[in-house]
Design a protein around this ligand. Sequence first.
Ligand SMILES: *Cc1c(COP(=O)(O)O)cnc(C)c1O
Length: 381
Amino acid sequence: MESINGRSVPLVSPIHLTSVYRIADLDCIDAINANDGEGYVYARDGHPNATELATSLRTLHNSNWGVVTATGMAAISTAILALLSQGDRIVASHQIYGKTKKLFRNELSRFGITTSWVDTNDLDAVRRELSQSPTKLVFVETIANPLCRLANLKELANTAHEFGAMLFVDNTFASPVLCRPLDRGADLVMESLTKMIGGHSDVTMGFLAGSDPQQGEQIASSTSTWGLTSSPFDCWLVSRGLATLELRMQAATRSAMSVAQWLERQPNVKRVIYPNSPSHPDHHLARSFYPDGAGNMLCFELPDREAVNLWMRSSPEIPFCPSLGHHTTTCSHPDTTSHRFESDADKRLLGITPGLVRLSIGCEPVVQILSALERGLRAIS
Ligand SMILES: *Cc1c(COP(=O)(O)O)cnc(C)c1O
């Protein structure tokens, strides 16, 4: 932010559309590089819109450092590229975002970084896996995609640390409104800003923060060197979304609780998956960590794929778009989108069926959401 000093300045930060900065003289560039001068040099290394956004997000996550990246995947990549090396091992939850799985399985393996998969809701299994061989990183989602399994971050952090590993948390489904993983003992946290934090489906970005200041410096440098940084306009858009994050998250979470309860009463809905529902395997964790609702994501199951087609065609107010966190309600279908390339056996093991619909609840009035859902359900009854 600019200081005022007897002038007037724009209330809303300008978008600094410049890739490079004009520098007064050689002493000035030396001072900037030594970090005791004010200003920027080259936009890949940093720019005012990135600084503003990273500062706001760092405050929300109570972290020592934070970097914004071009996408959520870039935030995960930059942590690994900066902190892991050939021969290192990751232990990851078997319920994570499909692209993260692909990154670990198909990309990192080419650089000699291996991943073992484990059910992170089973702490004994995590401990067993960690005792097998040295592990650098344990990776988990706060609220896992798509079945909303909840991670007990404090227990996982303690267990990881016991074995000398860092805990890296993907907090995208929770956002800092519901959870601040660093306060629960995690070493690193990332958010896909593309989702709830951006909130308007017009930008892709990511954020990475952590507790160790030295790692922060290493990561800022690696992010620029690998070229994973973000543009001024994108940062500006996310800053604008972030301004209403808490209001949107609270409204959407309240509605998600109501929608889950309403869906449970509908005869052609086979199953509802929401952490606060008594039927959810983690409802005891939901009760202690998220008593007012575990976010805006939920799933429900229809009899089969054709029922999903009928439902979608009859509830056009809930568009089918394979993302989440929009300010109005959208739906997705894990079987044909996020988990398309998983084997049938793995999908069944996780409980992903052709009838499973994932909802990202928005902040329009809840009656509007319920009437759209009802129209769709009438079409299949
Ligand atoms: C979308 C998403 C990502 C990746 O973020 P992008 O901004 O799409 O790169 C990672 N984790 C989760 C849980 C996500 O939903």
